[in-house]
Every structure is written in structure tokens, then in C-alpha cells.
Design a protein around this ligand. Structure first.
Ligand code: ADP
Ligand code: ADP
Ligand code: ZN
Length: 228
């Protein structure tokens, strides 16, 4: 463990808002490490371990993995990052926290480290736009990059532009699982935004525009909030 200060930022919004897409675009520009709990779980699922079997019970149904397990997986990953990259300037959390208990755990963990949240970026997209985005989403099996059959099509069908990996449709991007996940978002995740609004760290971005326009807007809003 290092004593260096790490910027903690959060990117939040409903499923399909473009968190993964935007995080991939802005994190390198701000020297942040993109940490997505969903990606951590997908890696665990691939490992075919006992932990993978436990995670799968929730994941495939679009249900949340229990908080205790999620927090353990997330902080183990952040600590590993800090050891591997002593110069790490910050992390951009994507997919965490998703409920009040996780938000409280994060506050507690940061307070213990003498750290706090620099900014929370909310990507705002109307609900009726989200299903179209999610049922057309394609994800790279090697690097995790995200595409869309129509809105952000890869240059070669089925192949990742970034690494040449194979693209697949996520097992939970079915209309049923999407409905369930969106329900959980509006019921459990959206209410925690008040907490960040009160702290004065919430930045709301209109996500219902072209991918590049949204990215520029996020960069502009975050540059002054990230200290390197
Ligand atoms: P999230 O991580 O918030 O669930 P993603 O970044 O995976 O969202 O984006 C969901 C889908 O919508 C992907 O297929 C992505 O290519 C597409 N997408 C992302 N941003 C936009 C946008 N501004 N306009 C149209 N489609 C988008
Ligand atoms: P989405 O936000 O589109 O539902 P993610 O890739 O962020 O997808 O997450 C996929 C799945 O991983 C979730 O449906 C859930 O099972 C699990 N997951 C991810 N983040 C969390 C979290 N913070 N708490 C509990 N479960 C999580
Ligand atoms: Zn790839």
C-alpha cells in the first residue's frame, strides 16, 4: 500500500447511458484507471471457479451480487492496482456504488484512507432510449470495449476495432434482464445521488447526444476537479 492520494471519481447513470463507452474515452485523458464492477464479475465468471459459480447465480438474472462480496472484490482490485501502479493518480468507478449500503461502505473505506470522492458524473438519458441501446450492444470478449450494431458499429462485423477480439452479446442484455436491471437502478441507485448532490460533487451531463460530444462535455467538467 502506498500513502499517495488517489482521486476517486464515479460515473453513474442507468444501464445503457454510456458509462462504459464514456469511461473508456475519458479515463486515459485524465490519467484515471477505469474500474467497472461488472467487468470484474465478468472476469470472475470466465475463471470457472467456485467464486464464479456464486456470482453467476445473480449475474445471469440481472440481480445484484450481494454487497459484501461486491465490496470485497472491488477493494481487492483497487489495492492490487495501487501495488502494481504506485503512480496511480485516480480511479473512475463504474457500476459502484449501486445502493445506499454500498455508498456508505465506500464513504467508510475512503474515510479510513483519508480520501474522498472528487466528482460523481451522472450521464442522463431518458428511459425510452435505453432499451434500444442495450439490446444492440456488442462487447469485446478480449478487451471489454463496447460497440453497438447501429449506433457505434465496428468496422468489421463481429470484430473489435481496438484489439481484433470477438464481439459478443452479453447474457444479461435480453429485454427481460434489462427491464429488471433498470428497475433496480431507478429504485436503488438513483436515490443515492441525493447524497452526492448534497456534498456538491455531482455533475450532470446530457447523455442523449453523439458519443464524442458527450465525451468532450465530461472532460471539460472533470478537468478542474481532478488534481494530478
Ligand atoms: P452503460 O455502461 O452505461 O451500460 P454502454 O457504454 O455500454 O452503457 O453503452 C450502451 C450501448 O449504447 C452500447 O452499445 C454503446 O455503443 C451505445 N451508446 C453509448 N453511448 C451512446 C450515445 N451517446 N448514442 C448512441 N449510442 C450510444
Ligand atoms: P449493468 O449496469 O448494465 O447492469 P454491469 O456490467 O455494470 O451491468 O453489471 C453486470 C452485473 O454485475 C449486474 O447485473 C450485477 O449482477 C453485477 N454487479 C455489477 N456491479 C455491481 C454492484 N455494485 N453491486 C452488485 N452487483 C453488481
Ligand atoms: Zn477488443
Amino acid at each position: 500500500m502506498t500513502d499517495q492520494t488517489v482521486n476517486y471519481l464515479i460515473i453513474v447513470g442507468p444501464q445503457g447511458a454510456g458509462k462504459g463507452t464514456q469511461a473508456a474515452a475519458v479515463a486515459p485523458e485524465l490519467s484515471l484507471e477505469h474500474v467497472a464492477t461488472g467487468d470484474l464479475f465478468r472476469t470472475i465468471l470466465k475463471s470457472e471457479s467456485e467464486l464464479g459459480d456464486e456470482v453467476r447465480k445473480y449475474y445471469d438474472q440481472g440481480a445484484l451480487v450481494p454487497d459484501e462480496l461486491t465490496i470485497r472484490v472491488l477493494f481487492a482490485h483497487i489495492e492490487r492496482l495501487q501495488e502494481e501502479k504506485p503512480s496511480l493518480s485516480g480511479v473512475l468507478l463504474d457500476g459502484f456504488p449501486r445502493n445506499a449500503a454500498q455508498a456508505a461502505s465506500l464513504d467508510e473505506a475512503l474515510a479510513e484512507r483519508g480520501e474522498s470522492i472528487s466528482a460523481v458524473v451522472l450521464i442522463d438519458v431518458p428511459r425510452d432510449e435505453l432499451m434500444k441501446r442495450l439490446t444492440g450492444r456488442l462487447v469485446c470478449s478480449s478487451c471489454g470495449a463496447t460497440f453497438h450494431r447501429e449506433f457505434n458499429a465496428p468496422s468489421k462485423e463481429g470484430i473489435c476495432d481496438k484489439c481484433g477480439g470477438e464481439l459478443f452479446q452479453r447474457s444479461d442484455d435480453t429485454p427481460e434482464a434489462v427491464e429488471k436491471r433498470l428497475g433496480i437502478y431507478y429504485e436503488q441507485t438513483e436515490p443515492i445521488l441525493d447524497h452526492y448532490r448534497e456534498q456538491g460533487v455531482l455533475v450532470t451531463i446530457d447523455g442523449n447526444r453523439e458519443i464524442d460530444t458527450v465525451a468532450q462535455d465530461i472532460l471539460l467538467s472533470l478537468k478542474e476537479r481532478v488534481s494530478n
